[in-house]
Design a protein around this ligand. Structure first.
Ligand code: C2E
Ligand code: MG
Ligand code: MG
Ligand code: MG
Length: 285
């Protein structure tokens, strides 16, 4: 590793970093054309109530159907998009496409719950974000209450005063905001109460071992209590097992999202799930 290699560490790392940089460049240029070539898709993952098992909302998650590589994970291309600035047109596409789809379902007579779109740090720093969001709603003819936004904890903590001002503008439009990946950033609890938000999403890393690890269990209990004392609803991310679900219900978590109920699915599959009225089974199978 770098430390044991001492002063010569760069010799060890340089070729590897070049390879990485080259791969990133290739990815960035392919991503640039992906939007125009219609290679991006939006998948939907429902969030379900832990009171009655009903779908409360869904999260829009972008997918890249690359002609040769197949489905590329957002974990691989979102960071590249963020570094190159491509996240701005990409994010705008996701926003517009999600609003269009949501409005289309409503026009077909579906009772669709709200949908949440993820915003990256760079998008959140765009001065004209409120105008972009408003334009997407207007273009689709969608009511603002049908749209939510997810912003990570680290994004808002970066510049608290600006974040508060931006969140107020989004609030004024009528859009709900969730704080994503909560627990992974460095939140000051004093700042947290200043943010006009609606929901906390407990990061998957804390949910994974809640049924077996007393420390993760304690953290989740504390976050649920914190959220409720601030009048926020709280969602657990990455719920995969019954014991996790039982823990969350026993500790008054409001909602869950995870493979236990549904993976992120293509639009048509999500519409089918809504049409059948499928609910999360709360009492075991
Ligand atoms: P995120 O917003 O925290 O989204 C949750 C991620 O957890 C998704 O990964 C989802 O597929 C995954 N997940 C959900 N339930 C489970 C589960 O039970 N088990 C496991 N193992 N995973 C689960 P995905 O779709 O790969 O997205 C990864 C990240 O990429 C997202 O994390 C978000 O930060 C980013 N992302 C995705 N779509 C967009 C987008 O349109 N715009 C922006 N800016 N970021 C996006
Ligand atoms: Mg999210
Ligand atoms: Mg999340
Ligand atoms: Mg997460």
């Amino acid at each position: 590793n770098a430390k044991s290699a001492g002063g010569n560490a760069f010799r060890f790392y340089a070729p590897e970093m070049n390879l990485r940089a080259t791969a990133q460049l290739a990815l960035a240029s392919a991503l640039r054309s992906a939007i125009d070539n219609g290679e991006l898709r939006v998948f939907y993952q429902p969030k379900a109530s832990l009171c009655d098992g009903r779908v409360t909302s869904a999260e829009a998650l972008v997918r890249w159907q690359h002609p040769e590589r197949g489905m590329v994970s957002p974990a691989d291309f979102i960071p590249v998009a963020e570094d190159t600035g491509l996240i701005v047109p990409l994010g705008e596409w996701v926003l517009r496409e999600t609003c269009r789809q949501q409005a289309a379902w409503i026009a077909e007579g579906f009772a669709v719950p709200p949908v949440a779109v993820n915003l990256s740090a760079r998008q959140f720093r765009q001065e004209n974000l409120p105008q972009t969001v408003r334009a997407a709603l207007v273009a689709a003819g969608l009511d603002p209450h049908c749209l939510q936004l997810e912003i990570t904890e680290s994004t808002v903590m970066h510049d608290v005063d600006r974040a508060v001002a931006m969140l107020r503008e989004l609030n004024a439009i009528g859009i709900g905001v969730a704080l994503d990946d909560f627990g992974t950033g460095y939140s000051s609890l004093a700042y947290l109460k200043r943010f006009p938000i609606d929901q906390l999403k407990i990061d998957r890393a804390f949910v994974r071992d809640i049924a077996s690890d007393p420390e993760d269990a304690a953290i989740c209990r504390a976050v649920i209590g914190l959220a409720h004392s601030l009048d926020l609803t709280v969602v657990a991310e990455g719920v995969e097992t019954r014991p996790q679900l039982e823990f969350l219900r026993a500790n008054a978590c409001d909602e869950m999202q995870g493979f236990l109920f549904s993976r992120p699915v293509p639009a048509a599959e999500y519409a089918a799930l809504l049409a059948t009225g499928r609910v999360l089974s709360l009492d075991g199978d």
